[in-house]
Design a binder for this molecule. Structure first.
Ligand SMILES: Nc1ncnc2c1ncn2[C@@H]1O[C@H](COP(=O)(O)OP(=O)(O)O)[C@@H](O)[C@H]1O
Ligand SMILES: [Mg+2]
Length: 377
């Protein structure tokens, strides 16, 4: 829904109406000063401009463009391609020309600005003409809404939607792979029994086919949406299955993953698929944090009598201290193609198991994610 701009400079608007049809009375310098004072501290970024020459920008306006009053040397500042994204320049000029023909503000429209430091800022923009501006006559007042957060959320939603579609397709493909795989495994065994040579090759083929089979099975189980299913499962096996899934990705990035399992028996009441999802997310983050090879150590310990801890230690880039409180919040990501949903889902799943997840990190050295899981869910 488009909104009309609500303008604060009622006194000026009244003045504009009153002077309509009458000869324009030049207003005094103090009128301009009062007007600027009125809009200077308003929370919305506001610019007053004559054509493309910027006459005044309020504090929020300067903040939006990442400018200080000193950088912004009026009257050199122009509403041109320095501040308005080239894709929107033509449209902006047309809208400003149109708004000069009426006393009504134009409707908010999407636009992109370029801040002083080069950041592209998504905004909504609306303008209104102001007559009788001291020393200038008719000028334009333009209001911006900063919609960067909204855009980011929209993009993240689209991304997570894309991921879920990709997940569904991958599950479909996995299903299709399983049938031909069954015949490949069957006939390889058959040929191995019939042929008296090349057994070492058949063995390699069978081991590899088995690997494909287990990856496909893991994948299908992960992608299948289902309600909580709490059963007794072996935590070590869950972790080992996840490692099968991530092995290729780790090898591709020269990342070695080592599992130290203190306990031989590690049964707990849990939803197996949900826990796999947690370990996939945490391990993927660890792999992604090490662009130039490294090692991930997983320490699984028995915490008598009531549960287990799993520590996932990486040697990656680490997390700056000021970002630690943001982890697990929806859409918090520092990756170009990240969704910022992984850790949020992990926290929810672990909470659902009455466990705990802590993240500690030393920037430049690595990150440790510690997960506590009680034995009885
Ligand atoms: N092991 C890690 N090392 C460094 N940074 C991490 C690690 N795990 C998580 N992060 C940070 O937390 C952010 C959020 O992670 P996550 O919720 O999984 O979303 P995504 O992986 O899609 O960015 C990441 O973008 C990254 O900045
Ligand atoms: Mg992630």
């Amino acid at each position: 829904m488009r909104r009309k701009a609500v303008y604060c400079n009622r006194s000026l608007a009244v003045k504009v109406k009153r002077t309509l049809g009458k000869p324009v009375q030049p207003a005094s310098e103090s009128d301009a000063h009062n007007y600027q004072r009125l809009i200077k501290y308003l929370p919305e970024p506001i610019f007053v401009h004559d054509g493309n020459i910027i006459l005044f920008a309020n504090q929020a306006g300067l903040r939006l463009l990442n400018l200080t009053e000193a950088d912004f040397s009026l009257p050199a500042a122009r509403m041109n391609s320095r501040y308005i994204h080239p894709d929107f320049l033509e449209r902006t000029v047309a809208r400003l020309n149109a708004v000069l023909q009426t006393d009504e503000p134009n409707e908010f429209a999407d636009c992109k600005l370029i801040a002083w430091d080069g950041e592209i800022i998504d905004v909504e923009v609306s303008s209104i003409r102001i007559r009788n501006y001291p020393g200038r006559g008719t000028v334009i007042q333009t209001v911006f809404h900063d919609i960067r957060d909204r855009k980011k959320e929209e993009e993240a939603l689209i991304q997570s939607e894309k991921l879920s579609v990709a997940g569904q397709m991958a599950a479909g493909i996995a299903h299709e792979i399983r049938n031909p795989l069954t015949s490949l495994i069957g006939f390889s065994k058959f040929l191995k029994a019939k042929i008296n040579q090349y057994h070492e090759y058949f063995d390699i083929m069978l081991v590899e086919l088995d690997r494909i089979n287990s990856i496909v099975q893991e994948f299908m189980a992960l992608a299948k949406p289902q309600a909580n299913q709490f059963k007794r499962h072996d935590l070590k096996k869950i972790i080992q299955n996840v490692l099968t899934l991530l092995e290729t990705q780790a090898i591709l990035r020269n990342v070695e993953i080592v599992l130290h399992a203190e306990a031989d028996e590690a049964e707990l009441l849990c939803d197996e698929n949900q826990l796999k999802q947690v370990f996939v997310n945490v391990l993927k983050n660890a792999i992604e944090a090490m662009p130039n090879a490294g090692m991930i150590t997983i320490n699984m310990k028995l915490l008598q009598p009531h549960g287990f801890t799993v520590e996932i230690v990486d040697e990656g880039v680490g997390i700056p201290e000021d970002q630690l409180p943001k982890l697990g919040g929806p859409f918090f990501t520092t990756k170009d193609s990240g969704t910022g949903l992984g850790l949020m889902i992990c926290y929810r799943i672990i909470e659902g198991h009455h466990g705990k997840m802590d993240i500690s990190s030393a920037p430049g050295k690595g990150t440790t994610v510690t997960i506590f899981l009680p034995r009885n869910g």
